[in-house]
Write a protein that binds this ligand. Sequence first.
Ligand code: CAA
Length: 241
Amino acid sequence: MARVAVVSGGSRGIGAAVSTALKAAGYSVAATYAGNDAAATKFKAETGIPVYKWDVSNYKQCAEGLKQVEADLGPVDILVNNAGITRDSAFHKMTPEQWFEVINTNLNSLFNMTRPVIEGMRERGFGRIVNISSINGQKGQFGQTNYSAAKAGDLGFTKALAQESAGKGVTVNAICPGYIGTEMVKAVPKEVLEKSILPQIPVRRLGEPEEIARCVLFLVSDDAGFITGSTLSANGGQYMA
Ligand code: CAA
């Protein structure tokens, strides 16, 4: 039986590349998405990967959605917590909504998505959890107090849960992508991207979503069983943690 993998935010951007790579490697994949029905429908038609719509910032929706995935595909062996949003603003102009939306979607989602599947992974003695954090959780980023705080929180979550899960065959790791050529990065003002961000990247280009997907593929493999609680940076040399 193919292992079952759930990728949150799995129909667009980095998540779509991860879902596609996992399917190509023989996993049975479910991709979740929050709101973009058109993109999800297109993704499903193109890849044959089933899509599930729920809000990762809502615990009840996650618990019910994951139950449905398990009824359809079988117990979840692999969870890729990838869904994320930005609400960039200088902190002195940031609204409570911009703060809480990002914390709820990028940090509280790790509780909401992982809690419903962790007991099953422990009982079965196997699990792989990969949290997509960010370079900006490692170094902080002007205009992203909310996002940097959430992504740094994802790293703390990863290290604590890795310790709790190691004895049960469940590994928990984080990947910190740098600036990847997705819609999220393309939404950064052009001038900021060209003048302030790109010159900081020693390999002199944005990353490709597939470059992050390959990191995920490795971390979820049997070969990576000795790696847990780690942070894998894939940022073109922009920040060496
Ligand atoms: N470093 C230092 N100073 C900066 C700066 C920076 N990165 N960006 C702006 N400033 C300065 C400006 O020069 C300006 O200074 P003066 O008042 O002296 O002229 C001042 O801050 C205000 O600048 P703006 O008028 O541009 O401020 P704003 O409030 O309109 O916008 C911003 C600020 C929202 C932060 C905007 O610059 C922005 O969107 N920056 C991009 C942030 C970013 O990198 N986001 C990453 C998104 S991708 C992602 O998150 C994926 C991932 O994981 C990597």
